[in-house]
Design a protein around this ligand. Sequence first.
Ligand code: TRP
Length: 372
Amino acid sequence: MTEFTVTPWEVTGDIDYDELQRKFGTSPIDDEVLRRLSKYGELHPMLKRGIFYSHRDLIPLLDSYDKGDEFMLYTGRGPSGNTHLGHMMPWIFNKWVQDTFKVPMFFQMTDDEKFLFKDLTLHDTRNMAYENALDFIALGFDTEKTKIILDTECIKTLYPIALKVAKKVTFSTAKAVFGFENSSNIGQIFFTTMQTAPAFLASEIYGKQMPCLIPCGIDQDPHFRVTRDVAPGLNYPKPSMLYCKMFPGLSGADKMSSSDENATIYTTDTPKAVKKKVGRAFTGGCVSVEEQRQKGGNPDVCAVFKYNYYMFEHDDKKLEEMIHKCRNGEILCGECKQALTEKINVFLEDHQAKREEAKEVVDSMTFDGFKW
Ligand code: TRP
């Protein structure tokens, strides 16, 4: 058995995603679920390719949507640093969900969380939140229907909900779910209630049970298990979940992480920086050109291939061709790296322009109307 850890605060090792699904007790997004989803529009490649691969209670949510009920879309970000591609991946998917179902959305920025769990000041986390919000907005979310929550600003609205949740969660549950110890600061113990609050917020605002869908990384499941456990007792609907795998690092690690700067592509990277980082990426190539021409490479372990698969090549045929040519030794790692560098740089050039434009609307998209 391989060793791995997946918690909201730590993702390490060689992740066995099927095992994780079994451990957490979530359901697979199988062909039947995909068939159901395809009724609403063309499936996003992240669904077809098993990147969004697991769910909780998606079907009842779709049933109620079919009967004419809206639902609230909700996801979030803990602002601890600059945005990288790994953060963007689930947001891109959320944008597809909003476009497909035409639903309102909350984007929660947990500056409180990162203050409590990292060596950062509240000033740092707020600045990061602003920078991250620009990246989120740049993806084109509906400016009318999407509201950004910053915990320390929106606390007045969130706190009564968080309190109701807190009263239902014992210290022993929090310890069992999150592994707190006597040395954990007490803010950390309370924090999960803050991540739960937006899941119930629409029900509060509309004064009726409002279904909620949360697409995010599967590492967030411990929080939302708590959310779902307390929901019935508070007369809120349990949120439905859509879970994705972690976006890989360029080093071949299972998760892109800011702790490995050279294997991480930030949204603000220059074309030169991208070229350098992709140039150093871990691939499935051989040590010499001759050997690779003869034996071929291995796309299964290749970070460059994974980037195409996860985000940068939507055309299945082109992906197949890439695999074929690689295994046959017809294409070398340098060529793949160059092609990926170009794709990323095209994406970033456009994104960076939209990120600038986002500055015009960032104040108008805040929940409760706070100003950045
Ligand atoms: N805890 C998440 C993080 O560290 C941030 C977050 C808040 C979130 N609310 C969320 C993530 C809802 C996914 C869905 O990034």
